[in-house]
Ligand binder design. Sequence first.
Ligand SMILES: Nc1nc2c(c(=O)[nH]1)N[C@H]1C(S)=C(S)[C@@H](COP(=O)(O)O)O[C@H]1N2
Ligand SMILES: [Mo]
Length: 530
Amino acid sequence: MSATTAPPEPTRPPRSRVPRAFAALIGLLAVGAALGVGHLVAGLISPASSPYLAVGDTVVRFSPEWLTEFAKSAFGTADKPVLLGGMAVVIALVAAAAGVTVVGVLGVLGFLAVFFAPTFAPLDLLAPAASLVAGVVTFRGLHDLALRTYGGPGAAETAPGSGEVGPSGPGVSRRGVLIGSSAAVGVGALAAGTGGSFLGGGIEDSRAQVTARLAALRGVDRAPAIPAGTNYAAELGTTSFITPNPDFYRIDVALRIPTRSAADWSLRIHGMVDNEIALSFEDLLRRPPVEKTLTMTCVSNEVGGPLISTANFIGVSLRDLLLEAGVRTGADQVFTTSVDGWTAGTPTDVIMEPDRGALLAFGMNGEALPPEHGFPVRMVVPGLYGFLSATKWIADMELTTFDARQSYWLQRGWAEKAPIKTQSRIDSPRSFATVPAGKVPIAGIAWSQPAGIGMVEVRMDGGPWQAAELATEVSGDTWRMWRTEFDLGPGSHTVQVRATDANGGTQTEMRAEPIPDGASGWPATIFTVT
Ligand SMILES: Nc1nc2c(c(=O)[nH]1)N[C@H]1C(S)=C(S)[C@@H](COP(=O)(O)O)O[C@H]1N2
Ligand SMILES: [Mo]
């Protein structure tokens, strides 16, 4: 049977003739409008209810441990933009292939992500609702317009009476309308999204006020001034003793930094206590202020890694607060929750140690806490890794037991108890650096909170250990710098370091990954002498 003799095919209903690229654009615009409107409404009502960020948060919360660690090591603090950018690409690909059902399904996903967020409140449903409506209405609107422009089902029914048939056939001015509408939707979606990002922020005024209040605080139990000789930054360009706030390492799971003002902040201390305490920011400022120079570090820090910094924190004694609250016997965990629903569980007995110096902090290096470091109030417990002690944007404190509640990272396989391990790091020379032959300075940091560092030893190319010179100590709660020199000839060299705490305990040579309770092993640096 040849083509010429074939019977005519049965007439099918005419298929949409909307060009494929344009159909993809409509999907993109509909989803863009949905995200933009959702972000805008969230910005107006409750920033955390943005469907886009809620989906991102859900991805973060349900990411398997290996993926989280991979993201942290591959992208460091850029992991958040990478995640949000990756999501944008995936959503764009889905949207470009989407029909109205897929747009609806994406909308429902946004709904679920907001609904199951740890900080959910009923008003939060407005943003995903607006998002869903915007997505579906945009899709339908542009799709109908496109069908009328390009023909296909509906073209015949909707075209008559519109009076828009131009001399060169239907669609000339309609095409104009379609392109104009699409452009308007695109611009509107971008504007809404951008607007949403700027709304609901506005804590800079509150921060400025807190900074001014800090400067006027009286009777502060000051940290001793940092003496001369604590570091070699001037001579060797190595780590400065105090880390400037913008350089302080940052680790958290917040895709959007919580923006609670000091005036809106409060903290309830409750659970297994005799007297519940409710604190406003003003209440905190009325308590005796304490300033401490503290080194903080992250349990995810690899041997030789950058996730360690030192600052002057100012706040109030957490121990004193808990003494007032009257902790009941058996309450072995201080379970804290942040504004964005992250949780940490700190051993009560550590906070209650008279010399520990755990703080509810509101100042850092002479200013209010920076937004990304927990404004207005965070917790800091010297000597414990941040994941179980350093709650930023703190909102709630419950005295409970480790049996009753599991904090965020505990649920993901990290340890229940994690004192910071004695560690050291080589800062100079840098890995794979090339240095001139002769006396080569070797320098770095070591830490062992709260005991402090008693000795640092260095060895070159597997030779004998030699004691390094220790810089002036500030306190056992901070890092301590060290340096030494080796006379070296040309070639490749490997330098190793190990620290010993003030009680004589030397850091273990045994290599361990960060999970579950911190990395260990002696750091080594390979470099070349020419
Ligand atoms: N609300 C909140 N607080 C948090 C975290 C977080 O994800 N959310 N991360 C913790 C971890 S793992 C560390 S190491 C410290 C880091 O504090 P920094 O970012 O100020 O250095 O904050 C802790 N506090
Ligand atoms: Mo951490």
